[in-house]
Design a protein around this ligand. Structure first.
Ligand SMILES: *Cc1c(COP(=O)(O)O)cnc(C)c1O
Length: 432
């Protein structure tokens, strides 16, 4: 093992005293498990235990850890050049990635802005929408409308369209732009859609379209804001409302993109194209942080015809060649694999494996879509006990609030998937 990856007791003490972890307290830090390695769908802990990975490291590691092809692409690019600035320069990894994204994404999205992370991709999308309306002579259309239970990232504009309750808007209210919120869609993925479900959103748009630049939502699957699946008909109707009232539609596919819901992009379930799409998470197969915002030619041309004459954004590490090169390889790996069949098989197996959960008293709902399996509990459990008991059963599943969910790497084997679902059933059986 390389010297750098050996973790000592002092290291862990330093971690506890000095390092923030996501959404964690420093005064009462929850336990963290030191990782010594990861391969395929297994995470190896420092004490030698192996955990089957149910999280794909937050939707990103779709091909598994330590993948020989992704490793080779990374090394090859490092031996060429890891980074050059993107202002005034260009390179094959960026061109290759953008070519693939333009080909793959829904029709009409043919201008690509590459950026560093999902949250930044959302900032970029919002900024594009505002510059677009400004350039059309409608600067008063500078607010956003969205649906509750959404999650779009942790930077400020992104936060302003996250669910106001789970996003703790009360703390940041003075600093957050005020947006319009419609109730979350209620019609389940395969449920019969009724116009009532979208009436409130339609009402807000009809009344306030004069101040609204865009509707932003996560198509079909709402991720970190509640792991909810909703009817593609809702999305199709939302597209119609945007067209009718001169709003842009921003689809945040950072979690759903690259096959996770059974389609390459979740918008395809509804057969619609957004005006702007945000991609991230799985784009590099979980190797490096990279994201992209694509828009239509019309949006791009309008933005550049405006007062600024350009799009006002340019991150230092824009289109980092190393990350772009890995993203190209990750997309090729995906396209070369029978991913539709794999996701369909995962869906069926998760549905069967998690079915016993629906009989448990602690469980409120069990739902599965594509490569996403969710068990919603009736009450918020003791997080630490739950997390520890999952680890003790040899799986890495990270519960969140009342949700215990999995979205494994696409390459997971039947046995590994059964290990995950069995561990969830056993752990939740122990809850009262
Ligand atoms: C994770 C996520 C983001 C934020 O991406 P980061 O890379 O964490 O900044 C935005 N939108 C959705 C839908 C996400 O799931």
């Amino acid at each position: 093992m390389p010297q750098e990856s050996r973790i000592t007791r002092e290291d862990l003490e330093f971690d506890r005293l000095h390092i923030w972890h996501p959404y964690s307290s420093v005064t009462d830090p929850p336990p963290v498990w030191p990782v010594a390695g990861a391969e395929g769908c297994r995470i190896r802990l420092a004490d030698g235990r192996e955990l089957v990975d149910g999280m794909a490291s937050w939707w990103s590691v779709i091909h598994g850890y330590n993948h020989p092809r992704l490793n080779r692409a990374a090394l090859d690019q490092i031996n060429g050049f890891s980074h050059v600035m993107f202002g005034g320069l260009t390179h094959k990894p960026a061109i290759g990635l953008c070519r693939r994204l333009v080909d793959l994404t829904p029709e009409g999205l043919d201008r690509v802005f590459i950026c560093d992370s999902g949250s930044v991709a959302v900032e970029v999308a919002i900024k594009m929408a505002l510059q677009y309306q400004h350039a059309r002579g409608r600067p008063e259309k500078h607010r956003l409308v969205t649906i509750r239970n959404g999650y779009h990232g942790d930077t400020f504009a992104a936060m302003s369209v996250c669910d106001p309750v789970t996003g703790m808007h009360s703390i940041f209210s003075g600093a957050l732009p005020k947006q319009f919120f419609a109730p979350a869609p209620q019609t389940p993925f395969s449920g019969d859609f009724h116009e009532d479900d979208i009436a409130e959103l339609a009402g807000i748009i009809a009344e306030h379209h004069g101040e609204i630049a865009a509707l932003i939502l996560e198509p079909v699957v709402q991720g970190a804001g509640g792991m909810r699946f909703y009817s593609p008909r809702y999305l199709a109707r939302a597209r119609e409302l945007c067209d009718r009232y001169g709003l842009l539609l921003i689809a945040d596919e950072i979690a759903t993109g690259f096959g996770r819901t059974g389609r390459m992009f979740a918008c395809e379930h509804a057969g619609i194209s957004p005006d702007i799409i945000c991609l991230g998470k799985a784009m590099t197969g979980g190797y490096l942080s990279l994201a992209a915002t694509l828009c239509t030619g019309e949006v791009a041309r309008t933005v550049c015809a405006g007062a600024a004459g350009c799009f006002m954004h340019g991150p230092t590490f824009m289109a980092n060649p190393l990350a772009c090169r890995i993203a190209c390889e990750s997309i090729d790996l995906l396209l070369e694999s029978p991913w539709q069949e794999k996701i369909a098989a995962m869906e069926e197996r998760m549905r069967a494996g998690l079915a016993p959960c629906s009989l448990l008293p602690a469980v409120k709902d069990v739902r599965v879509l594509g490569g996403i399996g969710v068990v919603e509990l009736a009450r918020t459990p003791d997080f630490r006990r739950l997390q520890e008991s999952l680890v003790d059963r040899g799986v890495w599943v990270r519960p969140f609030g009342r949700l215990v969910y999995i979205m494994p790497p696409y390459v997971i084997s039947d046995e590994e998937l059964d290990t995950l679902t069995a561990a969830m059933v056993e752990t939740l059986t122990g809850l009262d």
